[in-house]
Design a binder for this molecule. Structure first.
Ligand code: NAD
Length: 259
């Protein structure tokens, strides 16, 4: 059964074939969705994103450059998406950034004001900026999904300012759910266990985190990125029609136990 037949969405945050955004897009497309791909501006990035999609069997993908910290980029993206697609049913926000210098154990208190503001701007404010522009295109309701991590709930060594950003992101999901709910737009977050992506490699101590999860998580293993993609199909589809403002964990049960 195809759960996203006739649904159109934008998937932000695809950088390569390890990206969570790619695994979500692949599963969404398998379920019948049409996806457009805003990517962080730059020719090298465009080549990498195009190659990932074409190697993955997505012929002639719709790509558009967009640095989410720039309002002009966002305006231009959504006006191009409106012309190309006419409407949107879902948006996947799979974006985060923090200066890796402050993602090392023991450096949180050293985070400069500018690095803190940049992390929160790109990783959190962008969700509001995207949701505000997607809303008029979601004429039959819709689903907005972002990506979080357990470091929002508990201090995770080395996650630092990104943990603060994820806590703010999960809160923003609840406030957006309240604002957009009356128009039938649902807003949720998927809290993924650690996956070996470019962004994850910037977090100091990621190998220790992966080893620890494997040792103690109820499923005694780390998750596959594909499992995030499969759960995303549920949150983007009508199967989750009654769910909004939620943070759904896909983490082999790690967040359910005392560690
Ligand atoms: P990734 O590096 O593949 O993806 C991060 C994406 O953010 C990249 O495509 C990058 O281009 C984009 N990005 C950064 N700054 C941007 C900007 N200014 N404008 C537009 N795009 C920008 O890594 P990922 O692990 O797939 O990360 C995706 C999301 O999943 C992030 O929110 C991350 O925090 C979250 N997450 C990751 C893990 C993990 O272990 N990998 C676990 C839980 C949550």
């Amino acid at each position: 059964m195809k759960l996203l037949e006739n649904k159109i969405g934008l998937v932000f945050g695809l950088a390569n074939d390890r990206s969570i955004a790619w695994h979500i897009a692949r599963n969404a497309i398998e379920h019948g969705a049409t996806c457009g791909f805003p990517y962080l501006s730059g020719e090298k990035m465009e080549r990498r994103v195009r190659k990932t999609l074409e190697d993955g069997g997505v012929a002639a993908p719709w790509l558009y450059p967009c640095d989410v910290s720039r309002d002009d980029d966002l305006d231009s993206l959504f006006s191009a998406a409106a012309k190309h697609f006419g409407r949107l049913d879902f948006v996947v926000h799979s974006i985060a950034y923090a200066d890796r210098e402050y993602l090392q154990p023991g450096t949180f208190a050293e985070t400069p004001r500018a690095a803190f503001a940049q992390a929160l701007d790109i990783s959190v404010y962008s969700l509001l900026a995207v949701a505000r522009r997607a809303q008029p295109l979601m004429t039959s309701g819709g689903s907005i999904l972002t990506l979080s991590y357990y470091g929002a709930e508990k201090a995770a060594s080395g996650y630092n300012v990104m943990g603060v950003a994820k806590a703010a992101l999960e809160s923003a999901v609840r406030y957006l759910a309240v604002d957009l709910g009356p128009q039938g737009i649902r807003v949720n977050s998927l809290s993924a266990g650690p996956c070996r992506t470019l962004s994850a490699m910037a977090v100091g101590g990621i190998d220790d985190i992966l080893t620890r999860v494997e040792a103690v998580a109820p499923l005694r293993r780390n998750i596959e990125t594909d499992e995030v993609g499969k759960a995303a199909v549920y949150l983007l589809s009508d199967l989750s029609s009654g769910v909004t403002g939620e943070t759904h964990h896909v983490d082999a049960g790690y967040s359910a136990i005392v560690t």
